[in-house]
Design a protein around this ligand. Structure first.
Ligand code: KMH
Ligand code: ZN
Length: 280
């Protein structure tokens, strides 16, 4: 008997950079526009359909500079068919105003974190008034949000948000479970099952990502549960103990192999646009 979800193909999102790793500590991290475009092309060829983008300034430090973001969106669109998702999370030090302004770069999609969470020694701030303001702006500007869920409380907040403010632009509800962050839910199969079982009925698709050593257990469980995958150097810097990632495409290739083995091969950017109802 084939379960429905086992016949669906897999959306692979690549998150190649993030805001936490220093270029000096990891020269393979794509921090320039040229590196990002090259990464996007190779990851698309390896099976990615969406890219979750954080950008850096000329000194490789995280930035939410609107000009740079706009230029980045254009460059990825010109060189790939990937769905362009900009991070509105930024770095833990970014002010709310700058994070709201990200939408002005007109991406296809944006991340939208559903609550505050301890983040290692830091705090990733997402108070309710910020979450609701950002959500309403996505609806006004026709940006498809991806709800980032770091904890079970964020799942409860997603119920509240949808009840109060209705469906996102496009009518689909896609979320991403970010697991294994020190301060958030653990990257375990049990936690994944608990979070997925609690998702609102309006959710039409979900992906999961496990940071660090939780990458593989989270990816394998997500595939088995009918979910999609997010991988990349934002979340994972080693393929195995003592084996550093030398290019984001290695993580996408591994995700694509797992998905293919699970008989849920990677979906094309075009299929992903249908899944998320992102404009063409
Ligand atoms: N860099 C983290 C503080 C997102 O992209 O929306 C937040 C983050 C989530 O990466
Ligand atoms: Zn991010």
């Amino acid at each position: 008997i084939w379960h429905d979800s086992s016949m669906t193909s897999t959306l692979i999102t690549v998150a190649p950079t993030g805001a936490e790793t220093a270029k000096a500590d990891c020269p393979a991290l794509p921090t320039t526009l040229e590196e990002l475009v090259e990464t996007a092309k190779r990851c698309e060829a390896a099976g990615a359909a969406m890219i979750h983008i954080h950008i850096r300034d000329a000194d490789h430090r995280p930035t939410l500079d609107l000009g740079r973001l706009t230029e980045t969106v254009a460059a990825i669109r010109e060189n790939t068919a990937l769905i362009v998702q900009l991070s509105t999370g930024g770095a833990v030090t970014d002010p709310f105003e700058h994070r709201l302004r990200v939408l002005e770069a007109a991406p296809d999609s944006c991340s939208l974190t559903m609550g505050t969470v301890n983040f290692g020694d830091d705090v990733f701030m997402n108070p309710w008034p910020f979450v609701t303001e950002l959500y309403q702006r996505t609806q006004e500007r026709h940006v498809v949000p991806e709800f980032e869920l770091f904890d079970l409380g964020h799942v409860a907040a997603l119920h509240r948000l949808l009840d109060k403010f209705g469906l996102p632009y496009g009518g689909k509800v896609h979320c991403d479970l970010v697991m294994g962050v020190p301060g958030g839910m653990p990257g375990t199969p049990d936690a994944l099952v608990a979070a997925v079982s609690s998702l609102p009925a309006a959710v039409t698709s979900w992906s999961a990502t496990g940071v660090g050593r939780t990458t593989l257990p989270v990816a394998l469980t997500a595939l088995a549960k009918g979910g999609h995958l997010r991988v990349g150097m934002e979340d994972t810097l080693t393929l195995a103990k003592g084996q550093p990632v030398t290019h984001n495409a290695e993580l996408v290739e591994r995700a694509a192999s797992l998905a293919t083995l699970a008989q849920r091969p990677p979906m094309s950017p075009d299929e992903a646009r249908d899944l998320l109802n992102v404009d063409r």
